[in-house]
Design a protein around this ligand. Structure first.
Ligand SMILES: Cc1cc2nc3c(=O)[nH]c(=O)nc-3n(C[C@H](O)[C@H](O)[C@H](O)COP(=O)(O)OP(=O)(O)OC[C@H]3O[C@@H](n4cnc5c(N)ncnc54)[C@H](O)[C@@H]3O)c2cc1C
Ligand SMILES: NC(=O)c1ccc[n+]([C@@H]2O[C@H](COP(=O)([O-])OP(=O)(O)OC[C@H]3O[C@@H](n4cnc5c(N)ncnc54)[C@H](OP(=O)(O)O)[C@@H]3O)[C@@H](O)[C@H]2O)c1
Length: 608
């Protein structure tokens, strides 16, 4: 059984909403107030930014060799990587606040100097008569960069978020119970995103790094052994262009740190207990919403069932932290973030930083919520999807069934370490490094399931007909499988053209030399950080004749895969330009032309 189109759309919607508008926490109802209303503003601002950054390469100082002298990290990149610092913008508009200076002048030295010299000096009035707030003095709090300007201990907070009810309870087991927890390697049985099938442990047959040191993003290739993957019925199989689902755990060290900061004693972390949930799906992902009773451990729950880092905090979480904060200042700040007056600060927290649960617990160290209450306001840990980067029917290994994937590391800013890796890609990197360090002499399993095999790429791949495959970054991965399959049939080999977007061929040309004997004829590389720097859409315009020929051919298809942040739109604009030029169409006619091609499944996009 594979995910249906509806499920696919559901996953697409759920993943597309990360990180700005996470789905409602399980066990609580969705509350509009908990989503930041500035999200729309942020999106609009991004749109504006996108325009002003439309030609980032113009700023680059180029060397004679064609490679840029400007350190990559100093260069302005596309809008999605920019975060609008709203507070800074407001300060620039208003100038230095004289009100702040006035309040400072009143300072009597009765402890308020801690505020002035604290991490966020302009955030609170410093006169004791105004009952100033003493800010938590720790780096995690400072990194939140909260703007608390009007807040004092006397501020009467309005419209505060209601404390979410605790819908989860733990019970000790009445009698000794034999329980084999596989927490370090495999999710507990109740994590079943692919019912009725359990998550399958696919052994890493081989792993290697596809990028060179110095590449902006690291990408790893994996050969996964699915020889013993259970039969799921006639005709059900891995297909070229499909994407497997992976249940990635939270890093074990991170789980340990969470236990430590929540003061959960060592003997309780692996204690076998009965978990009761009052409603919702959690700790499973799919299936009915209903009350549940399961045997598990606290470590299993923190490792496999909740996302503790990829979503911006919601008010439900902040409210629970506020409830258990024993320090009156911490409580006030947290309640402020849950109040109507604190809405701007809350919105800014959500949209300008990559706050994790661990950071919040460090920032407000007096808050130690019971794990039961906390679990109920965290997002469920969702599977991550990875496209097959090979044709699953052409295996290079005798007697073993191997599927291949490529995983690019996602990183987010982190208050403690500078950068932290995404849950799924970070897990893959840890496993790849372990495999490589041990020179392959180690058994590592990836918890996976068949996943999406009716997604647009898988559904629309055709064994015949001309096709252009446009991919940027790791978006090129599924097209390697397309080409492998087409090369099986000599007739088709000369009907495939690949446009591959990379940053620099010396650093991140994924799968270079792995596209068959005629690679140079099949594939055009477009480098964004070499020479004047180009994106794939420019090559689409350059190859207007070919694009026009393919899309007007019987069974001709154009596939696009990569990031949804800019690349998809950029390619679409280029296609519209091509049809205007080659077909003598107006912009409106051309846009309609591609809409129709999309409807007739000749123009297929899959961007995330
Ligand atoms: C059909 C499909 C096929 C795919 N194929 C591939 C593939 O072949 N190869 C591949 O590499 N990927 C692929 N992906 C993407 C992949 O599924 C994951 O989304 C990707 O690996 C990132 O997941 P992660 O768990 O590493 O990152 P996450 O932990 O989910 O983080 C993702 C991003 O969220 C943001 N973020 C993190 N923390 C916060 C926070 N606290 N607040 C706000 N924002 C935050 C950051 O920008 C971060 O980079 C595919 C996706 C789909 C849907
Ligand atoms: N089946 C699927 O749906 C599927 C499969 C695999 C991957 N994906 C998705 O594909 C994406 C691949 O991303 P990645 O992280 O590997 O690479 P990436 O960060 O998107 O960058 C890849 C290349 O695209 C360039 N680029 C940046 N902005 C662009 C724009 N507006 N138009 C065109 N090109 C642009 C980058 O150039 P600069 O950095 O120099 O600007 C870089 O050269 C991921 O989001 C992944 O989830 C989806």
């Amino acid at each position: 059984m594979t995910a249906t189109e509806d499920e696919y759309q559901e996953i697409r919607a759920a993943q597309a909403s990360v990180p700005e508008e996470p789905i409602a926490p399980f066990g609580t109802s969705s509350d509009e107030e908990s989503s930041a209303p500035v999200t729309q503003f942020a999106k609009n601002t991004n749109g504006l930014l996108k325009k002003s950054l439309a030609s980032p390469i113009l700023e680059i100082d180029f060397t004679s060799t064609g490679r840029s002298k400007v350190p990559i990290k100093n260069r302005t990149r596309r809008a999605s990587t920019h975060q609008v610092d709203v507070a800074k913008a407001i300060h620039n508009l208003l100038g230095d606040s004289s009100a702040t200076n006035l309040v400072r002048a009143e300072c009597c030295g009765g402890g308020c100097c801690r505020i002035a010299s604290g991490s966020n000096p302009n955030s609170v009035p410093s006169s004791p008569s105004l009952a100033p707030i003493l800010l938590p003095n720790n780096p995690a709090f400072a990194a939140l960069k909260l703007q608390l300007a009007p807040l004092t201990m006397k501020t009467k907070l309005r419209g505060t978020y209601t404390l979410p009810a605790s819908t989860i309870a733990f019970d000790s087991l009445a009698e000794e119970f034999e329980y084999n927890s596989t927490v370090k390697a495999h999710p507990p049985k109740f994590v079943t995103p692919h019912p009725p099938y359990e998550v399958f442990p696919a052994r890493i047959h081989h792993a290697r790094c596809l990028t060179q040191p110095g590449a902006e993003k690291r990408t790893y290739h994996f050969d996964l052994d699915v020889t013993d993957y259970p039969e799921e019925g006639p005709g059900v199989d891995f297909v070229v262009g499909g994407a497997i689902g992976v249940c990635a755990p939270n890093d074990h060290d991170l789980v340990e740190q969470l236990f430590d900061i929540l003061d959960i004693p060592a003997f309780k972390r692996d204690e076998v207990l009965t978990l009761h949930t009052a409603n919702g799906r959690w700790p499973t992902i799919w299936g009915e919403e209903k009350e549940r009773q399961l045997t598990t451990t606290r470590r299993e729950l923190l490792t496999w069932t909740v996302d503790v880092q990829s979503y911006a905090p919601k008010k439900s979480l902040l409210r629970v932290l506020a409830e258990y904060a024993t320090d009156e200042y911490e409580k006030k700040i947290l309640m402020y973030l849950c109040s109507r007056q604190g809405q701007a600060a809350f919105c800014e927290l959500r949209t300008t930083s990559h706050t994790s649960l661990l950071q919040l617990l460090h920032a407000f160290p007096s808050s130690k919520p019971p794990l039961e209450h906390l679990l109920g306001v965290l997002q469920p840990l969702m599977p991550r999807f990875y496209s097959l980067s090979s044709d699953p029917h052409t295996t290079r290994y005798a007697h073993r069934r191997i599927i291949e994937i490529a995983v690019t590391l996602h990183e987010a800013d982190d208050w403690a370490t500078g950068k932290r890796t995404g849950v799924g890609s970070g897990f893959f990197e840890r496993m790849a490094l372990k495999y490589i360090e041990n020179k392959g002499d180690i058994t590592i399993h990836i918890p996976m399931f068949r996943g999406l095999m009716q997604n647009p790429l898988a559904r629309e791949f055709q064994p015949d007909g001309p096709m252009i495959l446009i991919g940027a970054g790791v978006g090129i991965a599924p097209f390697r499988g397309f080409v492998q399959r087409r090369l099986q049939n000599a007739n088709c080999a000369n009907k495939v053209w690949v446009i591959q977007g990379i940053r620099d061929s010396l650093l991140d040309e994924l799968y270079a030399g792995e596209w068959g004997a005629d690679e140079n004829k099949v594939k055009t590389i477009v480098e964004s950080r070499v020479g004047t720097g180009r994106y794939v859409q420019e090559e689409v315009r350059n190859q207007a004749d070919l694009v026009w020929f393919v899309i007007n051919s019987l069974d001709g298809r154009i596939f696009v895969c990569g990031s949804s942040k800019g690349m998809g739109e950029g390619v679409e604009e280029a296609l519209v330009d091509v049809a205007m030029k080659k077909g003598n169409l107006s912009r409106t006619e051309s846009t309609k032309f591609w809409k129709n091609k999309e409807k007739s499944f000749q123009y297929i996009t899959e961007t995330w």
